[in-house]
Design a protein around this ligand. Structure first.
Ligand code: MOS
Length: 776
C-alpha cells in the first residue's frame, strides 16, 4: 500500500548529544507542534476529501419516526445523507464492536437502527464537497422522534443501584469485607460519617475527536484518527465492517491531548468509514466542541464514607460505598472504593460499589478514573476525622501508614509515600500551619492549608518493539504506541539513545501506525513501563548482536566478554570503565560489512513475580487556598505535589504530566461540571463558555517533587509511570484547604461560588440534603 503522507517523525535537534535515563530533555516534538508541521487527525487532507457533518438527536430516548433529508440533499455540493436506513452494511453482533477497552454490555453502534438511546446520539451524517455545504445541509435535516420516558437523574435513582458485571480489563470489584466495620464503627470513640458528590465531567482536550479516511484506488483505507490506540481502532473498523485487517491502516502520529476519551474509538470513526465505503472516496468527520459532549464522560458519582478511630488516631473502621451512573447498554465500571481498603492500616473495612443505569451515553475513562472520585472522598473524610480527633491531618495519615495491603495480604513492590509526605510538607512549610480553621485572613481572603494522599496503579501491559541500527550510526526504533501529548516520542528516543550510547538526535522512534509492532492503547499511565521496556529490550538485543560482531573483529578486546562486562558509551562499545577498549558502533558494522542490523523484542510482563506484590504509585499533595466569602471565590495559590512513581525516565516530560494533573485537579475541585436538565435528559452547558476549565489565571505556583524509587518488579526500567497520579488527591487537598480557610466543609465538587457563599452546608441544590455527622 502506498502511503498518502510520510508521517513526520520528530527527532531531537542537532547538538542534543548523549543522554542518560532521567535527563530533563525538552520534548522533541515541540518544534513540529508549534510550527504547525505536526498534523492532527483532521489535517491530512487530499484533493478528493469529502466532508461529513454529524446531526445529533436532541431527544434522550425514543424511536425515529421520520428523518427528512430532502432539503439537505438539495444543497449544492451535498453528496449524500447517511442514516440508519441508508448506509453501507455493518455487522450486527455486539462482539464485532467490542474495542479493547469496552466494558460488559452492548457497545453503541452509530446509525444502527431507529432507536434513540441518549440526547446527542448521531442520527445522520451529511457528506458534501465542502465543509460549509455539509454544515449548512446538516442544519436542514429534520428528525421526528416518538419519545419514550427517560431517566438521567442519578441522585433520584440511587435506590436502583445494582452490582456491575465486572468484565472490563483492569477493573477489580471491591474485595470482601474484612473484620466487622459496622460494629467497629459503632464502638469507636471518634467517628465521621458523610456523603460526597461529584458531578459529570466531559473531556475537553484541545483537539476535538476527528477522523480522516483516505481511500486508495484499490480500496485500502488509511485512517487518521484522534485515538489513544491505532491498533484498537483498526480492530474495531475491520470487525464492524467485515474488512480484512490488511485493508485498513489506522494512524495517530500526533494527538492533541487525550485523557481517556480516545481509549475507545468514538462514533466519528465509524461514521467516516461508513461514508467512505458508501461514496468510495476519502472522507473527513470532525466533531464540534459541542459534539465533544455527546459521548463518554467521567461518571456522576455519589459516595458515603464512615471512618472511626481510637482517640490516638488509630483507624478502627472504614466503610466506603459508591454509586455511579452507567448507560443502559453497558456496565461501565471504575475502581472507586478499593483504595480505601488499601491506603491505610485498618482491620475493619467494608466497601461497596454499585451502578445506576441512565439514558446517557456510557461513561468513559477520564484521567485517573475512579481514583479521582474515590480517593477524593477518602481523603476528605480523613481530613474530617483529623479535626474530630484534633490531630494534624498529616500526623493522622502517618499514624495509619502501611507498607502492606491487608486486602490481598501482599507487600507493596515499592512505596516511598512516607518520603513524599516528608519532602512535600517541608517544601510547603506545613509545620507552620495553625490547626484552627478560620484562623488566618489576609485582606478580603481567608487563607487555608490542606493536604491529601494520592494513589494509582502501576500497570504494565505487553508490547513489541522493532529496531534497526544503520551503518551510519542512526537508530530507528518503532512500536504502535501513541503520544497523546505525554511525551512518548521523547521518552522512547531517550531510552533507546541512553541504552545504545548514541546521540539523542541519531534516534528516531516511530509510533502511531497500526502496522507497527503491537502495542497497547496509551492509557493507565503504562506506556513507559510497557513500551519503554520493549524499547530497552530490543536495544539489548542489538547490543548482543554488536558484541558478537565485535568479538569477530581482528585483535578484539571482547573475547569472552558478556553483555554485563561491556557498556555502550558515546557511540562506542567498550569494556566497562576501559576507554582504551572502545570501538565505535559504526566501526563494528563496517568491519562486519553490514549496512544495518535489526531485531525485534516482545516484552511480556513478569506476571508470576508481579502478582506477589501490590504495585502502585503514590503522591502527597499540599495546597494553599485563598477564599473570598463575599465573592465566593477560591484561589489555589500554592500546590506542592511529591510523587513516588518509580524511576523517572525523562524528568521534564514527567514533571509536565504531574503539573498537568495538578491543573486538572484544581479544575475538578473548582470549575468542571456538566449539568443535565433532567426534564430534557440533556447536558446543557456543552461549550467552553458554560463548561469551565481552569485557565492560566486560575493557576499559580505548582511545585513538583519526585521521590525516586527503583521498582524492578513493575518494569525493567525501574519506572512505574506518571500520567494519572498527578490528579489524584488534588481536589481533596483543595477541599480540605477550603475547610481550613473558612471552617465550612463542602463535600461536592466543583466548589463553585454558590457553595462557598451558601450559609448552610449543602450540595447539589434541589436534591436530598446531606446530614453531617462529624465529631467524636
Ligand atoms: Mo487515561 S484515563 O489512562 O487515558
Amino acid at each position: 500500500m502506498a502511503d498518502f503522507f510520510e508521517d513526520l517523525v520528530p527527532v531531537a535537534p542537532e547538538g542534543t548529544g548523549y543522554v542518560a535515563k532521567g535527563d530533563a530533555l525538552p520534548r522533541i516534538d515541540g518544534h513540529a507542534k508549534v510550527t504547525g508541521q505536526a498534523r492532527y487527525a483532521a489535517e491530512y487532507l487530499t484533493d478528493d476529501v469529502a466532508y461529513g457533518v454529524v446531526v445529533n438527536s436532541v431527544t434522550p430516548r425514543g424511536r425515529i419516526a421520520a428523518l427528512h433529508v430532502e432539503a439537505a440533499l438539495a444543497v449544492p455540493g451535498v453528496l449524500d445523507v447517511l442514516t440508519h436506513t441508508h448506509r453501507p452494511r455493518m455487522r450486527k453482533l455486539d462482539l464485532f464492536y467490542k474495542d479493547m477497552t469496552a466494558p460488559a454490555g452492548s457497545p453503541f453502534k452509530p446509525l444502527k437502527d431507529d432507536e434513540i438511546h441518549y440526547s446527542g446520539q448521531p442520527v445522520a451524517l451529511v457528506v458534501a464537497e465542502t465543509f460549509e455545504a455539509a454544515r449548512y445541509a446538516a442544519s436542514l435535516v429534520k428528525v421526528e422522534i416518538d419519545p419514550l420516558p427517560h431517566e438521567t437523574n442519578l441522585l433520584a435513582n440511587l435506590a436502583r443501584g445494582h452490582k456491575p458485571t465486572p468484565l472490563k480489563a483492569g477493573y477489580s470489584p471491591p474485595p470482601k469485607p474484612r473484620g466487622d466495620a459496622d460494629a467497629a464503627f459503632d464502638a469507636a470513640p471518634v467517628k465521621v460519617e458523610a456523603e460526597y458528590y461529584a458531578g459529570v465531567e466531559h473531556h475537553n482536550p484541545m483537539e476535538m475527536h476527528a477522523t480522516t479516511v483516505l481511500r486508495a484506488p484499490d480500496g485500502h483505507l488509511t485512517i487518521y484518527d484522534k485515538t489513544q490506540g491505532s491498533q484498537n481502532c483498526r480492530w474495531l473498523v475491520s470487525h464492524a465492517f467485515g474488512l480484512s485487517k490488511s485493508k485498513v491502516t489506522v494512524k495517530n502520529p500526533f494527538v492533541g491531548g487525550a485523557f481517556g476519551s480516545g481509549l475507545r474509538p468514538q462514533y466519528n470513526l465509524l461514521l467516516a468509514v461508513m461514508a467512505s465505503l458508501h461514496l468510495k472516496r476519502s472522507v473527513r468527520v470532525v466533531l464540534t466542541r459541542q459534539q465533544m459532549f455527546t459521548f463518554g464522560h467521567r461518571p456522576e458519582t455519589w459516595q458515603k464514607m464512615k471512618l472511626a478511630a481510637e482517640r490516638d488516631g488509630t483507624l478502627k473502621a472504614v466503610v466506603h460505598e459508591a454509586i455511579a451512573e452507567t448507560s443502559r447498554r453497558e456496565d461501565y465500571c471504575e475502581v472507586v472504593v478499593n483504595w480505601s481498603g488499601q491506603l491505610y492500616r485498618c482491620d475493619n473495612v467494608r466497601l461497596g460499589y454499585q451502578l445506576v443505569d441512565l439514558d446517557h451515553y456510557s461513561p468513559i475513562d477520564m484521567r485517573a478514573p475512579g481514583a479521582a472520585h474515590g480517593v477524593h472522598a477518602l481523603e476528605v473524610a480523613m481530613d474530617e476525622l483529623s479535626y474530630a480527633l484534633a490531630m494534624d491531618p498529616l500526623e493522622l495519615r502517618l499514624k495509619n501508614y502501611t507498607d502492606h495491603d491487608a486486602a490481598k495480604d501482599l507487600p507493596y513492590s515499592t512505596k516511598e509515600l512516607k518520603a513524599c509526605y516528608r519532602q512535600a510538607a517541608e517544601r510547603f512549610g506545613w509545620s507552620q500551619r495553625k490547626p484552627q480553621p478560620r484562623s488566618r485572613k489576609e485582606g478580603s481572603e481567608w487563607v487555608g492549608w490542606g493536604m491529601a494522599t494520592g494513589q494509582w496503579d502501576a500497570l504494565q501491559m505487553f508490547a513489541r518493539a522493532g529496531a534497526v541500527l544503520h551503518a551510519d550510526g542512526r537508530l530507528e526504533v518503532e512500536s504502535a504506541a501513541s503520544d497523546i501529548g505525554t511525551g512518548t516520542y521523547t521518552v522512547m528516543a531517550q531510552i533507546a539513545a541512553a541504552a545504545m550510547g548514541l546521540p539523542m538526535e541519531h534516534v528516531r522512534f516511530r509510533l502511531g501506525d497500526s502496522r507497527l509492532p503491537v502495542a497497547p492503547i496509551e492509557g493507565g499511565s503504562s506506556h513507559v513501563t510497557t513500551v519503554g521496556s520493549a524499547v530497552e529490550g530490543v536495544c539489548e538485543k542489538l547490543q548482543k548482536q554488536l558484541l558478537k560482531l565485535a568479538q569477530k573483529m581482528p585483535d578484539t578486546a571482547f573475547a569472552g566478554a558478556r553483555l554485563a562486562d561491556v557498556e555502550f558509551v558515546q557511540g562506542t562499545l567498550r569494556r566497562r570503565g576501559d576507554a582504551a577498549s572502545a570501538v565505535s558502533l559504526t566501526g563494528i558494522l563496517a568491519a562486519a560489512g553490514k549496512d544495518r542490523i535489526e531485531d525485534k523484542y516482545l516484552m511480556l510482563p513478569h506476571a508470576l513475580k508481579q502478582k506477589k506484590y501490590i504495585r502502585a504509585v503514590h503522591s502527597a499533595v499540599f495546597c494553599e487556598v485563598r477564599v473570598d466569602e463575599e465573592l465566593g471565590t477560591v484561589r489555589v495559590t500554592r500546590v506542592v505535589s511529591a510523587v513516588a512513581a518509580g524511576r523517572i525516565i525523562s524528568a521534564k516530560t514527567a514533571r509536565s504530566q504531574v503539573v498537568g494533573g495538578v491543573v486538572w485537579g484544581i479544575s475538578q475541585a473548582l470549575h468542571e461540571e456538566t449539568h443535565a436538565d433532567h426534564r430534557l435528559g440533556r447536558f446543557m452547558n456543552h461549550n467552553y463558555a458554560e463548561y469551565h476549565v481552569a485557565a492560566n489565571a486560575d493557576i499559580h505556583d505548582i511545585d513538583v517533587i519526585f521521590v525516586e524509587e527503583d521498582d524492578r518488579i513493575v518494569s525493567r526500567l525501574g519506572a512505574k509511570g506518571v500520567g494519572e497520579i498527578g490528579i489524584v488527591g488534588v481536589a481533596a487537598a483543595v477541599s480540605n484547604a477550603v475547610y481550613h480557610a473558612v471552617g465550612r466543609r463542602i463535600r461536592s465538587t466543583p466548589i463553585t461560588p454558590d457553595k462557598v457563599m451558601a450559609p448552610a452546608q449543602e450540595w447539589a441544590a434541589g436534591d436530598s440534603a446531606i446530614g453531617i455527622n462529624a465529631g467524636g
